[in-house]
Write a protein that binds this ligand. Structure first.
Ligand SMILES: CCCCCCCCCCCCC/C=C/[C@@H](O)[C@@H](N)CO[C@@H]1O[C@H](CO)[C@@H](O)[C@H](O)[C@H]1O
Length: 488
């Protein structure tokens, strides 16, 4: 669960409270990110924000005091603005060294206590949504080239950070450094149709393989090199839009992940669809495929998120087969709800967790090396596409209130049972967990229902009172001026 780099409420007592929530749920680890600009506001090591460092030190210490292992992500999408403005962010190769300096500083300052490091969270989103579709920061629409360039530099930056840790810190600190990749599963529409099978394979290779292949196997997936290379040629370009790793770079990058962090939320059916070149380059057109969904799949929240648990097991087995059965930590898995739905009795989330965790356990039985699972997310937080209107939290957060109070959804009680049983004992017991969770959440619902009143009172003290006071002062000043002018 993650709030770290994006902690909005940094009051100490809130931090304490959240750790109490974690402890109460018997979480044994907590994933959060360190905000690069918070530590190095100019992006470079010349200017250090000691208060930012202190904030993370306190968080880490407090977690350890409570026997909760910190799992720290170094880049969950917040780049120091100056690096974007001066160099173009991840379009520029110089980010590799800047990011390495930041990571090195984190290892130096926190590495005696942090043993699990994740370099990047979901680089697919950074590259595609940041530099191809422009939906995320920095909002660039460099179609057909931007995402590939950004990814190229991210992969190199990841590798350099892993080597820095390996050479400089590992022997003393004895931690692990990995990357967290997010991917959907892609299932052929027709499993007897070779063209659909290949299209589904391309879907996964363009998603997961784009990053995992260089890191685990030493180069981009062959199918990406073939498709992008061919289309670039048809477009009259002298070279592929997909950058190339030199032989030295390939061997430098290969093997640079001590574990694979895996984020997974949903699945797509995939079929062949040709995109003739000349209609505009794009990452999406390069894949020559169409994504489909089954209208019967539940989709309680985000429009891209359908609950398809069986896809999780297939994806995990794909990782095992494709990358030599690496150690996997599931870093993100969860489901949202739309804002209008303020019901704390989130039976669809309990169902999602039950089904997805169950499929993960089947994958473990298949021999997949899953060592950890982290739900997304502990608290409702800022969603990158939809802001605060899509809630992924186990805990509901009342964003209208200054103190951002947390209310447990039914899934808190349910998830807690999964943790203490380390899985599912039997169907009957699991059903009774659900019943009890729903009973408990009804009382929290009542608390939340009383909340608009609190919000209203806060609005009065925060907006109405200061505005009225300012107006009074202004009026008095005007009145005084008139009075003085009359006397002169
Ligand atoms: C020629 C064909 C053109 C087709 C154009 C299609 C454009 C599609 C755009 C794709 C959008 C996909 C959105 C899905 C993204 C998720 O994978 C991503 N949000 C998952 O990342 C995690 O999501 C969490 C929940 O939002 C988030 O909070 C967490 O930080 C992310 O790591």
């Amino acid at each position: 669960c993650q709030i770290g780099g994006r902690h909005n409420v940094s009051l100490w007592f809130v931090l304490q409270d959240d750790i109490t929530l974690m402890k109460d749920m018997k979480l044994n680890h907590y994933r959060f990110s360190i905000s690069w600009p918070r530590i190095l506001p100019s992006g470079q090591k010349t200017e250090l924000n000691e208060r930012g460092i202190k904030y993370y030190e306190d968080l880490i210490n407090r977690l350890l005091d409570n026997q909760i292992t910190p799992v720290v992500t170094l880049y969950h999408w917040d780049l120091p603005q100056v690096l974007q403005e001066k160099y173009g962010g991840w379009q520029n190769a110089s980010m590799v060294n800047y990011f390495n300096d930041f990571a090195d500083l984190c290892f130096q300052r926190f590495g005696n206590r942090v043993k699990y490091w994740i370099t990047f969270n979901n680089p697919w989103s950074i590259a595609v949504e940041g530099y191809e579709t422009g939906e995320h920061a920095p909002g660039l629409k460099l179609r057909g080239t931007g995402a590939y360039r950004a990814a190229h530099h991210i992969i190199k930056a990841h590798a350099q950070v892993w080597h820095t840790y390996d050479m400089k810190w590992r022997s003393r600190q004895k931690g692990l450094v990995g990357i967290s990749l997010t991917a959907d599963w892609g299932e052929p529409v027709d499993i007897t149709n070779q063209r659909d099978i290949e299209a589904a394979e391309r879907y996964i290779q363009f998603y997961l393989g784009w990053f995992a292949s260089p890191i685990f196997s030493g180069d981009y997936p062959q199918v990406m090199k073939d498709y992008i290379g061919r289309k670039s040629g048809q477009q009259g370009l002298g070279a592929s839009r997909l950058p190339v790793f030199s032989p030295q770079e390939k061997s430098y990058i290969k093997g640079t992940s001590d574990f694979l962090g895996l984020g997974h939320f949903t699945t797509r059916y995939v079929t062949l669809k040709n995109y003739p070149s000349g209609l505009g380059d794009s990452y999406f057109a390069d894949r020559d495929l169409a994504e489909l969904v089954d209208p019967r799949w539940p989709d309680p929240g985000s429009e891209w998120l359908y609950s398809v648990p069986w896809g999780f097991r297939r994806l995990l087995n794909f990782v095992k087969m494709q990358y030599g059965n690496p150690m996997i930590h599931v870093t993100e898995n969860g489901v949202s709800e739309k804002m209008l739905c303020t019901d704390l009795c989130d039976d669809w989330r309990m169902q999602y967790f039950k089904d997805y965790i169950n499929e993960m356990l089947k994958a473990v039985k298949d021999g997949v090396n899953v060592k950890g699972y982290t739900a997304w997310s502990l608290l409702d937080n800022f969603e990158w596409d939809e802001g605060f209107s899509e809630r992924f939290g186990l805990y509901y957060v009342d964003f209208r209130s200054k103190t951002k109070p947390r209310y447990p959804k039914a899934s808190v009680h349910f998830y807690k049972r999964i943790i203490s049983s380390n899985g599912f004992p039997n169907q009957r017991e699991v059903e009774s967990w659900k019943r009890k969770a729903v009973e408990t959440c009804s009382s929290s619902n009542q608390l939340l229902a009383a909340d608009p009143l609190i919000g209203h009172m806060e609005m009065v003290t925060e907006i109405v009172v200061p505005t009225v006071c300012t107006l009074c002062i202004l009026l008095s000043a005007v009145f005084l001026m008139f009075l003085l002018r009359g006397r002169l």
